[in-house]
Design a protein around this ligand. Structure first.
Ligand code: 0X9
Ligand code: ZN
Length: 296
C-alpha cells in the first residue's frame, strides 16, 4: 500500500489522487481544479452537498509536511468512514473540499532542483522566476508585506491572481462562499494557528470566536502528544502579509479562516524529518476535528 510516512513526488501524489477516487467512488469525487503554468494538473477531492470545509495544502513548495498531512487526512477520512464514529460524523455533516497539493510546479522543483524553493514557477519575462502564491490573492494585493520585486521570495506577481492555482482556488471561494463554513491553508513551520487579519493591524468582528476556536484546536493537539501550538491574528506575528489566502477567504464571507503553520518551531524547519510525519498528522487531525465541531 501507499506509505504515508514518506514524502512523495508530484507524480506519485497525482497517482494517489486517482487511486483514492477509484477506491472510494461513493465518497471521493476527483475534479480538475486548473492546469498550472507548466501544464501540470491540479486536482481537488470532494464529496456531498453539505456546508463546506475547504482545505488546501502545499501552497509553498518547500513545506513538504503540508501535502503529507492532506494526504493522511483524506485517506483517514475515506478509509475510516463507517468504521470510526467521529470520522463518519465529519463526513456526514460537512462537505470536505481539499486540494492536497496546490503549488504543483514549485513542489516538483523542490524534488528536482532546489529543496528550499517556495514560490510558483511562473516567469513573466523577468530575470527571476516564481510568484509567492500567498501574496497573489485579492486582498490588499501588492500592499504591505508583499514585494513587487520578482526576485523576492514574497513577490506578489505581475497582477492579482496571475497564478492559475490562485485564480482557481479564488474561483472556488467565490462560487461556494455562502456555504463555506471554514477554511484552512496548511503551511509550515512555527506551530501556530494564524487567523485574520494579516494585511492590516485590525481585528475581525468575530475575533473572540476565532481566538476560542483556535485555542480549542491547539488544546486538541496538545492532548495528543504535548506538542505546543500558539494562536492569534496574523498582524500579531512578526510581519504583515498582503495578498494571503486566509484574509481573502475571510473577506469573502468565510467566518472561520486560518493559516495553520505545522511543525516544527525551527529545529528542522522546512526539512522536517519523515519520522515526524506520523506524529504531526495524528495531532493535526484532532485539531481539524475540533474545528469541525465548532464549525458545522
Ligand atoms: O508568509 C506566509 O505566507 C506564511 N508563512 S510561511 O512561512 N508558511 O510562508 C504566513 C501567513 C500568515 N500570516 C502572518 N503570519 N502574518
Ligand atoms: Zn507557507
Amino acid at each position: 500500500g501507499y506509505d504515508y510516512n514518506i514524502y512523495h513526488t508530484y507524480a506519485e501524489i497525482q497517482q494517489w489522487i486517482a487511486d483514492m477516487s477509484d477506491q472510494y467512488p461513493h465518497l471521493a469525487r476527483k475534479s480538475l481544479l486548473t492546469t498550472s503554468t507548466e501544464g501540470r494538473e491540479v486536482n481537488m477531492l470532494s464529496h456531498l452537498d453539505k456546508p463546506i470545509f475547504l482545505i488546501d495544502c502545499g501552497v509553498h513548495a518547500r513545506e513538504w509536511i503540508s501535502p503529507a498531512f492532506c494526504q493522511y487526512f483524506i485517506h483517514r477520512m475515506l478509509s475510516q468512514y463507517g468504521v470510526d464514529q467521529q470520522v463518519s460524523k465529519m463526513m456526514d455533516e460537512m462537505t470536505w473540499k481539499i486540494v492536497p497539493l496546490l503549488n504543483v510546479d514549485g513542489y516538483q522543483y523542490t524534488w528536482t532542483n532546489d529543496r528550499m524553493w517556495r514560490k510558483t514557477r511562473s516567469n513573466y519575462g523577468t530575470v527571476c522566476t516564481g510568484v509567492d502564491a500567498n501574496r497573489n490573492f485579492d486582498i490588499n494585493w501588492s500592499g504591505e508585506g508583499a514585494s513587487s520585486d520578482p526576485c523576492s521570495n514574497t513577490y506578489c506577481g505581475p497582477s492579482l491572481e496571475s497564478e492559475p492555482i490562485v485564480k482557481a482556488l479564488s474561483d472556488i471561494i467565490r462560487a461556494d462562499r455562502p456555504n463555506i463554513k471554514a477554511y484552512i491553508a496548511f503551511h509550515s513551520y512555527s506551530q501556530v494557528f494564524v487567523y485574520p487579519y494579516s494585511y492590516a493591524y485590525e481585528d475581525t468582528p468575530n475575533a473572540d470566536q476565532l481566538f476560542d476556536v483556535s485555542k480549542r484546536a491547539a488544546d486538541a493537539i496538545y492532548d495528543v502528544g504535548k506538542t505546543k501550538y500558539t494562536w492569534g491574528p496574523g498582524y500579531d506575528s512578526m510581519y504583515l502579509v498582503s495578498g494571503g489566502s486566509k484574509d481573502m477567504a475571510y473577506n469573502h464571507g468565510i467566518p472561520l479562516s486560518w493559516t495553520v503553520e505545522l511543525r516544527d518551531t525551527g529545529r528542522y524547519g522546512f526539512l522536517l524529518p519523515e519520522s515526524q510525519i506520523s506524529g504531526t498528522c495524528t495531532e493535526t487531525f484532532q485539531a481539524v476535528s475540533s474545528i469541525f465541531e465548532d464549525a458545522y
